[in-house]
Design a protein around this ligand. Structure first.
Ligand code: 3PG
Length: 207
């Protein structure tokens, strides 16, 4: 799958910080029950890669990606864990070189016009604007729509139930990403029904 196909397969991409491995499969099932079939496990906890592996094997209908990828060796670790895509908060030369060796689709993060141009120069046409709200939000995305008419964005950072629809209404936004769909407190409480409800609300965006 190309990264464009992955980010258009869901209007909202849950950004997940997982603390306990046994949470992985029920969490993925809860999101799927709410209509979200793409998710990102962030490399922010020691169990993250094992969680990716557990979801990839236990809930194969879910497209699981690895996020917060900031070091070159993490591309291979993500692939080995069974990830279907990778995403980073930014793009460095070192990360770019490593991404070119990886077969996984990659969604690099950008947050300025120069970063957008640098990423486009090396062939990326689908980018993550991060942190979207803090870097200018809706106004920023509208402003870059015309100079970068050939690019699509996944907006991440500072997005929640109150504003995700406004982002998705922008023609250059293909999906939004954020922690609000699977908040750490609900994961830790094992409140899968509440997560399914949040997923359902996010997935119900009709455009
Ligand atoms: C992240 O990487 O932390 C997310 O993309 C944004 O997180 P937030 O939804 O909590 O702002």
């Amino acid at each position: 799958m190309k990264i464009e196909e992955i980010v258009t397969a869901t209007p909202a991409l849950p950004v997940i910080v997982i603390n306990r491995l046994e949470q992985a499969v029920p969490l993925a099932r809860a999101l799927l029950a709410g209509g979200i079939g793409v998710l990102e496990i962030t490399l922010r906890t020691p169990v993250a890669l094992d969680a990716v592996n557990a979801i990839s094997e236990g809930v194969p209908e879910v497209i699981v990606g690895v996020g917060t990828l900031t070091r070159p060796e993490q591309f291979a670790l993500a692939a080995r864990a069974g990830a279907k895509f990778t995403t980073s908060p930014g793009l460095t030369r070192v990360l770019l070189n490593a991404s070119e060796q990886s077969e996984l689709p990659f969604l690099p993060g950008v947050c300025t016009p120069s970063e957008v141009m640098a990423a486009r120069d090396v062939g990326f046409h689908c980018l993550k604007l991060f942190p979207a709200q803090q870097t200018g939000g809706i106004g920023m995305l509208k402003a870059i729509a015309s100079p970068f008419a050939d690019l699509k964005f996944c907006a991440a950072g500072g997005i929640g139930p109150e504003n995700f629809r406004d982002f998705l209404a922008l023609p250059n936004v293909t999906c939004v990403a954020g922690t609000w769909i699977a908040p750490a407190a609900l994961i830790d409480a094992g409140n899968w029904d509440a997560i399914t409800a949040l997923a359902r609300s996010a997935a119900s965006y009709a455009g």
